[in-house]
Design a protein around this ligand. Structure first.
Ligand code: BDR
Ligand code: CA
Length: 318
């Protein structure tokens, strides 16, 4: 059983990711930690608990973490995710409670308690994870890999060059990328490439089962949303966004990656939050510059979209 923890800013895509992680038979979702990002921390917590209800999750501990980035101001993305951060569907409030711990403490507890090393899947600005790295670096020994949604080796979405999560808290991203743990960057180069066909979305939305129905309705929202972010090609397919990073954590064979140094732009206002991917050294792990070798991570440049779409739909509807 794969031991997994999600760090989320639920948010539509994060809702899809939660649904997948809860329902996959090979995953033990040990905890969910919340951070400000797509929506305020309070909304993220509310949405996360609501989605866990719809997903039919057992007693998964949820904790609230950072309510703002380390240095920057918060910038919720209501234009994409709706005013409530969850497509304004008017979902019922959950009666679940968060655990009375800061997210960093819950992360520490669950990582240390895990019988096998944990896969940590941050799907949001990495403020909580950076705080964990700085506060309890020793727990990283029981982290198998960090598979994060964020960054880009090409274009950005929050700015011309920066992806939203790394742009929202660039300092946190830089701390995590240099933490010394194996890392997979599931960025914008693959983010939109796992899509669900219109007929399948309609079937999900019409389902009598709460989790499948919510999944379909959220995908429908993504298909119609406009704003700074172009989410669909216009043919009615909806991408599963952050849920693709959970697919990558479960089934890494579906990814094509390069193992190269990555830095986060911090000081330049024009490029702040950009993940600067040094493609020059791809395939030359042994003879790369020594000062960059510790910065190598696995950057996803390609994805088998059909494989992950199948994994997603089969898991949601099982
Ligand atoms: C990221 O920002 C949000 O829109 C998504 O949840 C994802 O984590 C994409 O840039
Ligand atoms: Ca997210």
């Amino acid at each position: 059983m794969q031991q997994m923890i999600l760090d989320v800013d639920t948010g539509i895509d994060d809702a899809l990711a939660l649904m997948l992680a809860v329902r996959h038979p090979g995953v033990n979702l040990r905890a969910v930690t919340c951070v400000a990002g797509n929506a305020s921390l309070e909304q993220v917590v509310r949405n996360t608990l609501t989605v866990l209800d719809a997903a039919g999750a057992g007693d998964v501990p949820v904790a609230a973490g950072a309510n703002r980035p380390l240095l920057a101001d918060a910038h919720p993305a209501a234009h994409v995710h709706g005013v409530d951060g969850l497509a304004d569907l008017g979902l019922p409030a959950s009666t679940r409670q968060v655990v009375p711990l800061h997210a960093v403490e819950l992360l520490r507890r669950e990582i240390l308690a895990s019988p096998t090393p944990v896969t940590l899947v941050p799907l949001a600005p990495m403020t909580n994870i950076a705080l964990l790295v700085r506060t309890y670096p020793e727990v990283l020994a029981n982290v198998e890999r960090i598979v994060f949604m964020g960054g880009s080796a090409s274009v950005g979405n929050a700015t011309a060059v920066a992806e939203f999560n790394t742009w929202h808290d660039p300092e946190a991203a830089e701390i995590v990328l240099t933490a010394g743990v194996p890392i997979t960057m599931y960025g914008l180069d693959v983010f939109y490439a796992v899509t669900i066909a219109p007929a399948e979305i309609a079937t999900l939305a019409a389902s009598a089962e709460a989790g499948a129905q919510l999944t379909g309705r959220l995908l429908q929202h993504l298909v119609t949303v406009k704003g700074g972010e172009v989410r669909v090609a216009g043919d009615g397919h909806g991408d599963i966004g952050d849920a693709g990073a959970v697919c990558a954590a479960i089934d890494p064979v579906g990814l094509t990656t390069v193992h190269v140094p990555v830095r986060v732009s911090l000081a330049d206002p024009l490029t702040r939050g950009q993940t600067v991917v040094d493609h020059r050294t791809a395939g030359h792990e042994q003879d790369g510059a020594a000062d960059n070798s510790s910065r190598r991570i696995d950057v996803a440049l390609g994805v088998d979209g059909a494989r992950y779409a199948r994994l997603f739909v089969e898991t949601i509807t099982r």
